[in-house]
Design a protein around this ligand. Structure first.
Ligand SMILES: Nc1ncnc2c1ncn2[C@@H]1O[C@H](COP(=O)(O)OP(=O)(O)OP(=O)(O)O)[C@@H](O)[C@H]1O
Ligand SMILES: [Mg+2]
Length: 237
């Protein structure tokens, strides 16, 4: 495994809006080692989601190079990029993005269906992923029958089930109350302890406190990059 999991050099992303250019990222250098947890902070419009989308192989830079796990992914075709994304990255969203009239188990199985994994194996792996987030007893519940925190845990299980080494989460606690947010952070910290790399975007300093590094963006540039001893999130009894 290369020393750097993520290596971005001079990353810029410009959007074309009619006659205007929006410079969402203006030359970002960022190196992330495997097994770390990074919080990306910054005011609205500073480029956090743009950076996350590029890191997550959902989008490509207009300038600069991006190596993911040693491979240059900055100039891949859409299908090559989708392939890398499927193997390397699990996503967690602010709004959970679960299918509502579908059981927790089926939601978690979904990424494995796209990979063509047979149903018995899917079932087994999805149950194991739900167990990892403490939801074995809710596998038959539909999303609408789960609390917000439970829905986010299902979403984390879905991000985990493909065994991707990187988990990316854009505002994963944005729709959760404080106590539930800490429970979600405890689960994400558990994944880091198992060797995953967790990259999250947050507006909240008390959430960023659970990461081992905080990177702050302003106007498309990194203005601050600090390592810290992460607070330990507690799972409520
Ligand atoms: N698809 C797009 N087309 C045009 N401009 C865009 C697009 N996506 C983002 N932008 C612009 O790029 C800049 C950075 O947006 P981005 O979504 O990365 O910010 P953010 O830091 O995630 O903000 P927030 O905290 O509000 O989610 C903003 O000025 C935004 O308006
Ligand atoms: Mg955003």
């Amino acid at each position: 495994m290369p020393a750097a999991l993520i290596e971005m050099r001079g990353i810029a992303r410009t959007y074309v809006m009619g006659d205007n250019l929006v410079h969402a990222l203006r030359g970002v250098d960022l190196v992330i080692e495997p097994g770390s947890s990074i919080a990306i902070m910054g005011t609205s419009g500073s480029g956090k989601s743009t950076m996350m989308n590029i890191m997550g192989c959902l989008d490509q830079p207009t300038q600069g190079t991006y190596h993911l796990n040693g491979k240059d992914v900055s100039r891949l075709s859409r299908s090559q990029l989708a392939d890398v994304r499927g193997r390397m990255i699990g996503f967690v969203f602010q709004s959970f993005n679960l299918l509502s009239r579908t059981s927790a188990l089926e939601n978690v199985e979904m990424p494995l269906m796209y990979q063509g994994i047979p149903s018995r194996e899917r079932h087994k792996r999805a149950l194991a992923a739900l167990a990892r987030v403490g939801l074995s007893d809710r596998s038959d519940h539909h999303s609408s029958q789960l609390s917000g925190g439970q829905q986010q845990r299902v979403a984390i299980a879905r991000a985990l089930v493909g065994e991707a080494p990187v988990i990316m989460a854009d505002e994963p606690t944005g729709n959760l109350d404080t106590k539930t947010s800490y429970e979600v952070m405890a689960i994400l910290q558990g994944l880091v302890a198992e060797g995953k790399t967790v990259i999250l975007v947050t507006h909240e300093h008390d959430i960023a406190a659970y990461a081992s590094r905080v990177v702050t963006l302003r106007d498309g540039l990194i203005i601050d990059d600090k390592k810290q001893v992460p607070l330990r999130a507690e799972v409520a009894a």
